[in-house]
Design a protein. Structure first.
Ligand code: HEM
Length: 319
């Protein structure tokens, strides 16, 4: 009797799992039959663009994060404002660049297989290919996302560079990402730039008494003060100085030495789990593999699949 009950429960769980997998609806090689050259076409566009402008890799990676964290990975970050202000116009998104690469990829795909490949998948592929172009990690991108029709500036509520560790962990947890994902994905800051105003408080007036953030190495702070004057609103600093164009573990080495640029980087040392991951990554050689795993997880957030959403004809406007 007990055994048959167990069997029923197991079957029920199996059905639930299968339902969940179908709801997810993503798989590697989703376009294998419908648009077999899709991934190669995107890669060609990305490589050509990044040969001319390698610094585009960083904002493209960031764009995927900003897409996935608002309304899920549905390409809502790509929509232009129309009747309402779109996500793109929100302050954290104003420094995103590289939208033209998504347009070029979409145009190339529409010529070969019209109406098949979604803009949200294109962005997921581009984020990976941009890292490959920087000789960073590669991973198998799950595809099968469909595009959303809504993009609203008021829904942009991204993690902030001023967040503490509790807030960061909660933000990531609500997206199905754990402490390890938070640390590994923050490692995206091994490439790219951050603007001075995001550091003014840390450097000049942390507690309102003209002091700097005690969690920031004092020698490093003095160095940053030379580059970012209190009223400077335009200068951008390399987040991983000396290797900001290279995808490597030096971000974790910096954070471990209390030289992370933002409070949110420094905060990774304030929780025993995240701290242990930072130190492990700084020492170890698993970053590339781990980054791919966490990117795939991030790419599953709130996806539209099956009959939901649409396949946009142009990535900037709903059909
Ligand atoms: C943990 C929470 C995070 C916070 C608070 C955060 C915050 C920021 C901020 C404030 C900037 C500088 C923007 C500017 O000044 O223009 C930035 C840049 C960047 N972020 Fe993050 N970020 C986070 C997580 C991530 C994740 C998950 C990724 C990707 C996996 C990522 C990738 C990047 C990249 C590549 C840049 C450089 C962009 C460029 O050079 O244009 N960040 N981030």
């Amino acid at each position: 009797m007990v055994a048959s009950k167990r069997l029923v429960v197991s079957c029920f769980l199996l059905v639930l799992l299968i339902a969940e997998a179908n709801a997810q609806g993503l798989k590697v090689g989703f376009y294998g039959k419908t648009c077999p050259h899709a991934e190669g076409i995107v890669r060609k566009v990305v490589f050509a663009a990044m040969k001319k402008a390698p610094t585009l890799g960083a904002p493209l990676l960031r764009m995927f994060f900003h897409d996935c964290f608002v309304r899920g990975c549905d390409g809502s970050i790509l929509l232009d404002s129309s009747n309402n202000q779109a996500e793109k116009n929100a302050v954290p998104n104003l420094s995103l660049r590289g939208f033209g690469i998504i347009d070029d990829s979409k145009a190339a795909l529409e010529k070969v297989c019209p109406g098949i490949v979604s803009c949200s998948d294109i962005l997921a592929l581009i984020a990976r290919d941009a890292m490959v172009a920087l000789e960073g990690p590669t991973w198998e991108v799950e595809t099968g996302r469909r595009d959303g029709r809504v993009s609203n500036i008021n829904e942009v509520n991204l993690p902030s560079p001023f967040d503490n560790i509790a807030k960061l962990i909660t933000d990531f947890r609500t997206k199905g990402l754990n402490e390890k994902d938070l640390v590994i994905l923050s490692g995206g800051h091994t490439i790219g730039m951050g603007h001075c105003p995001l550091m003014t408080n840390r450097l000049y007036n942390f507690t309102g008494r003209g002091d700097s953030d005690p969690s920031l190495d004092s020698e490093y702070a003095a160095n940053l003060r030379k580059k970012c004057k209190p009223t400077d609103t335009t200068t951008a600093l390399e987040m991983d100085p000396g290797s900001f164009k290279t995808f490597d573990v030096s971000y974790f080495k910096l954070v471990a030495k209390r030289r992370g640029l933002f409070q949110s980087d420094a905060a990774l040392l304030d929780n025993s789990k995240t701290r242990a991951y930072v130190l492990q990554q700084a020492r170890g050689s698993t970053f590339f593999h781990d980054f791919g795993v966490s990117m795939v997880k991030m790419g599953r957030i709130g996806v539209l699949t099956g009959r939901a959403g649409e396949i946009r004809k142009m990535c900037r406007v709903p059909n």
